[in-house]
Ligand binder design. Structure first.
Ligand SMILES: Nc1ncnc2c1ncn2[C@@H]1O[C@H](COP(=O)(O)OP(=O)(O)OP(=O)(O)O)[C@@H](O)[C@H]1O
Ligand SMILES: [Mg+2]
Length: 214
């Protein structure tokens, strides 16, 4: 079982979008996947409640639920959607329990500053220092042709963790949030550009999952 933590204490940075989409990609690959909602706002849980029954299944673990509740399901992946403001013991616990961590970052000066502080904090955690926790950054809501995207890239270049993907700012993500869907559930005609943007990210996940052994 692999646990992928999606974290950035900055509110609205794109955690739930990234976590739900990633869970959907894994489900589409016929993996048994649990989406663990660690946010009392329950956005991921509510998204899952809206998910059409015909789409590849994802098992939800609502906030406060115990992991044991899904043990019988024997998940291959657990994707954790964490809450804004994650810090202290909760952050240390989340990091300790994870095999990979994805950090969404939006191209705004506020997000960049908050993310810089967050990465400095997690840099002290043992699994990060030892390299047992793979950390990947995801640039969210970016138009790669803009200056702010270039500035974001420049920042992300120097933080010591790879920038694994750029995801565009697009209504398709807003619609997916509303409909319990992911870009992987949509027809090629609507989502091909997004599939292309996701490819380096899904490859990064697959590579680290394979590397970490059983
Ligand atoms: N690539 C994108 N394109 C367009 N809208 C996006 C994109 N990514 C996220 N959003 C929108 O931005 C808002 C914030 O995203 P999201 O809820 O995923 O952030 P979050 O980090 O989970 O927030 P919170 O800290 O409150 O849990 C949502 O309305 C979401 O639909
Ligand atoms: Mg969220």
């Amino acid at each position: 079982m692999r646990t992928i933590l999606v974290a950035n204490p900055k509110g609205g940075s794109g955690k739930t979008t990234l976590a739900t989409q990633l869970a959907g990609w894994l489900a589409g690959k016929r993996q048994r996947v649990v989406l663990a909602d660690h946010d009392p706002q329950r956005s991921a849980t509510e998204w899952l409640a809206r998910r059409p029954a015909l789409f590849p299944p994802i098992i939800g673990l609502p906030p406060g639920a115990r992991k044991g509740e899904v043990r019988g399901f024997d998940p291959q992946y657990v994707v954790v959607d964490s809450a804004a403001g994650l810090h202290g013991d909760d952050l240390a616990d989340a990091v300790r329990g994870a095999d990979m961590m994805l950090v969404p970052v939006s191209p705004s000066a506020f997000d960049v500053a908050a993310t810089r502080r967050f990465l400095a904090t997690i840099g002290d955690a043992k699994p990060v220092r030892r390299g047992t926790l793979a950390v990947g950054l995801v640039a969210m809501r970016v138009d790669v042709r803009t200056l702010s995207a270039a500035e974001l890239d420049a920042f992300l270049d120097g933080v010591g963790h790879p920038l694994v993907a750029h995801l565009r700012d697009a209504q398709v993500y807003v619609h997916c949030a509303r409909d319990g869907a992911t870009v992987f559930d949509l027809p090629r005609s609507r989502a091909e550009q997004d599939w292309d943007q996701w490819r380096p990210l899904t490859r990064w996940v697959a590579r680290h999952a394979a590397r970490q052994g059983d």
